[in-house]
Design a binder for this molecule. Sequence first.
Ligand code: BES
Ligand code: MN
Ligand code: ZN
Length: 497
Amino acid sequence: MQIQVSRANPLRLEVDALVVPATETERLPRALRPLDQALDGQIDAYWQSGQFGGKAAELVRFPSRGRIPAASVILLGLGKAREIDAETLCAAAGRGVKALRKARLASAAVLVPGLRRVAPDAAGQAWSEGAVLGHYRFDRYKTLDEAPPALERMDLVVDPRHAGAYRRGVRAGAAIAESTCLARDLSNEPGGVATPEYLAGEARRIARETGLNATIFAERELRRAKMGGILAVGRGSANPPRLIVLEHGRPAAPRRRRPTIALVGKGITFDSGGISIKPAASMDEMKHDMSGAAAVLGAMRAIALLKLPLHVVGLVPAAQNMPDGNAYLPGDVVTASNGKTIEVLNTDAEGRVVLADALHHANSFEPDAIIDLATLTGACIVALGHECAAVIGNDDALIRKLQTAGERVHERLWQLPLWEEHRKQIRGTVGDIKNASGRPAGTITAAAFLSHFVDDTPWAHLDIAGVAWRGKPGKYGVEGATGFGVRLLLELLRNWK
Ligand code: BES
Ligand code: MN
Ligand code: ZN
């Protein structure tokens, strides 16, 4: 989809649909009077009849019957004026584009309203971001139903005085949303296709496209780095594990140091549970167990495209967790790359085992902050459900920043505690720490385990088990993978310090 900022007169635009967003009011807004007149009072008639009043979920489409060059007009509700922010605009844009696509239209123009509460660049970002996200479908394996064709062109008709700011916003919004869609694609891809080496290939492709630096640790390099955690989890699979490292903005000289941020994403490309095998029901959903990895790869792409003035390192430990004659076993003791020994009590608590090595490797970049994203525990869904992710860490300032960014992009985070008592709960009998310790505080004890691999660096762990995908279409109309994390990380890093 091509998104363009236009200064054209909407009454002259030849498009399939002219989209007219409006806030909640009892009467037709003054700005729409010329259009209403051209349409012989049809918009006003809708208003008078009570079929449309600008409420957030409202959308009506009617033919223009040749009164204007646009074939049809869509009234798109934005909700109450005083509640509108970039996020509600983004959601409205998504709803609008979904409707356009469902109606099989090829081109549209939006009469972008000037809003007191949203600056032009933020508005441009919201319209393009929402449009690209709402346009998304994972239909590459559909051959029977005819998928609605792509919307080819969307013009944003804006106040000419702010066209430059809108254009900048549109560019940023498209980069972020397309990267979110990339994360969704990676997560939705079946485990039989999306193997660790597949993720590595995607990382190389992203690096080529955007100028990132890519380093892939294959088994030989993993062994040399003594990454016993990643190797153990990957051992039962015919598809060997990898550690993917993407780097953006590495300073040319140590003096030119910029803030360094490490992003770590759990990349279990399929989680059968291993020898501690999972029940059959819903096991298919475990193709999404690399959604943390997908978010990191997507975020790295957007960070590079937007040329953020930061040094960002993305790390993805990728493995397929399978039962096999060669698989790691309950009772095994695994030595991670920092020398700590892990007592494996449950091979299904594999995420923390691969993250151990990746987090330790992240330390070697001497980052100012480490943020990891992982579909780590079913307990997180029990505790917090599907409307927020859990955040746990050792630095409240970092956690607050993440929460603020999350509120702004509607990827919300709720903090859980991490206390010394929780770390005691995972002390090992034979090894240093155990990878499972029963049901109490399952999300927190998983984080307690991770804390052994981050030293004193400010660190925040996001358990995204409840938000990385959804069974039924959610509030924003997404099915399957959501791409959670990409927009959150970009919101955080674009405003870093
Ligand atoms: N990938 C799962 C967590 C998960 C389960 C995410 C369901 C989303 C939906 C993780 O590897 C896992 O299996 N965790 C175990 C840990 C337990 C064995 C300590 C869990 O949550 O049951
Ligand atoms: Mn598991
Ligand atoms: Zn898992």
